[in-house]
Design a binder for this molecule. Structure first.
Ligand code: NAD
Length: 362
């Protein structure tokens, strides 16, 4: 397989962690006989410095012309005083809009080797945590009409929550397709006991279920889901939900797994060209020190192989290599336990090298 990947190294620790993901992809290509080529794209603070714009049009075009995009992170204190539309984060929003990605997919997975970092009780963690939250990204209450009126002598604020059948159907399909590539269980989360938009959501999900007989669909109210994520997260495989519920639940889910440096995410639209990135920011406090954890970005590259290129074996190989390195006791500073436990502290480059060393054709 030949694929061109747009690489946005970004700011802060971005270039360091993307470099390690690139080396891992090169090893996968060598092992499995693929050709991955890379197009460097400037975005964020570095693009402001170079071009006076966090995402010049030709940089966006490079992403649109690629088969998928891998991003480190953007932003940092250097650009804090840049005016609103030219801020580094605006580049990211313009990239998401330009790519038309309406589905954000965030795994919540606990690595058994890091179980002690979870704030949940041991007996809950021991049952295993490995699920994916598929969040609708471009509709719902965040994109409805927002207004503050003056009525009867006081202010009244209104935020409109609107979903069309077609918006629900397209995110629903991503949920079903993702479940199909995992353990075949999809939980649709809504608030259909109160909201019309949720009743429509539930109806469309059940219509779609007829097209996916191999996927088991269940429904859950969002308040119950928030409880179940801390009570028994092992019950979930894929959760599909609307924008605001997904925003809140995905942050809750990332907390129960331990370190921010370990979690990847993907954003997808109607094409297979997706945006893959770790969930953390540019960590300017540790940039340039070779201590950042590259695993979130390396796992984002694995997600790209699985979901955009349909290369499940290759994605599995990367995840197995990460697991093997953790088994061997190697840890970057952010996932190093407080007490001495026989773990070996390594830097960003060394962590990347160890993962590559453990990468084998499964
Ligand atoms: P952050 O995620 O960058 O850092 C929070 C804390 O986590 C810091 O202590 C940092 O050192 C640590 N951390 C983060 N990633 C790590 C890693 N891979 N390895 C080890 N430690 C890690 O959040 P912040 O400090 O609030 O934001 C810093 C900058 O990043 C801001 O400019 C913000 O706007 C930007 N940001 C960008 C994105 C993105 O590009 N998608 C997302 C969030 C924040």
């Amino acid at each position: 397989m030949t694929r061109n990947i747009a690489l946005i190294r970004g700011d802060g620790i971005g270039p360091e962690i993307v470099e390690q993901a690139l080396l891992v992809l090169n090893k996968v290509a060598a092992l499995y006989g693929h050709t991955f080529t890379y197009t460097d794209v400037d975005m964020g603070g570095n693009a402001i410095d170079k071009w006076g714009d966090p995402l010049p049009q030709e940089m966006l075009q490079k992403c649109l012309d690629s088969d998928s995009v891998l991003l480190g992170a953007v932003g940092g204190p250097k650009w804090n005083d840049v005016p609103g539309p030219m801020r580094p984060e605006k580049g990211l929003l313009r990239l998401r809009a330009g790519m038309g990605v309406y589905s954000n997919n965030r795994p919540a997975k606990i690595w058994p080797q890091l179980a002690s970092a979870s704030p949940l009780k041991q007996e809950i963690v021991d049952k295993g945590i490995d699920f994916l939250i598929v969040r609708e990204l471009t509709g719902g209450i965040y994109f409805g009409k927002h207004e503050t009126l003056h009525q009867d002598g006081e202010s009244v604020a209104v935020d409109e929550l609107r979903y069309s059948e077609s918006e629900i159907r397209r995110i629903g399909r991503i949920g079903f397709e993702s479940a199909r590539k995992r353990r075949g269980k999809l939980c649709s989360v809504e608030k259909s006991n109160v909201l019309d938009s949720s009743r429509l959501w539930k109806k469309v999900m059940h219509e779609l279920a007829e097209e996916y007989p191999d996927v088991t669909l269940s429904d859950m109210l969002v308040d119950n889901c928030a409880m179940q994520i801390v009570k028994d997260p092992s019950q979930f495989d894929v959760i599909v939900t609307e924008n605001m519920f997904g925003d809140i639940l995905s942050d809750e889910a990332s907390m129960i797994t331990g370190s921010i440096g370990m979690i990847p995410s993907s954003s997808l639209g109607d094409t297979t060209c997706g945006l893959y990135e770790p969930i953390h920011g540019s960590a300017p406090d540790i940039a340039g020190k070779d201590i950042a954890n590259p695993i979130g970005t390396i796992l984002a590259a694995a997600m790209m192989l699985r979901y955009s290129f349909d290369l499940a074996a290759e994605a599995d190989a990367i995840e197995s290599a990460v697991s093997a390195v953790l088994d061997q006791g190697y840890r970057t500073a952010d996932i190093l336990p407080d007490q001495a436990t026989g773990c070996i502290k390594v830097g960003c480059k060394e962590m990347g090298r160890l993962i590559i060393e453990n990468l084998t054709k499964g």
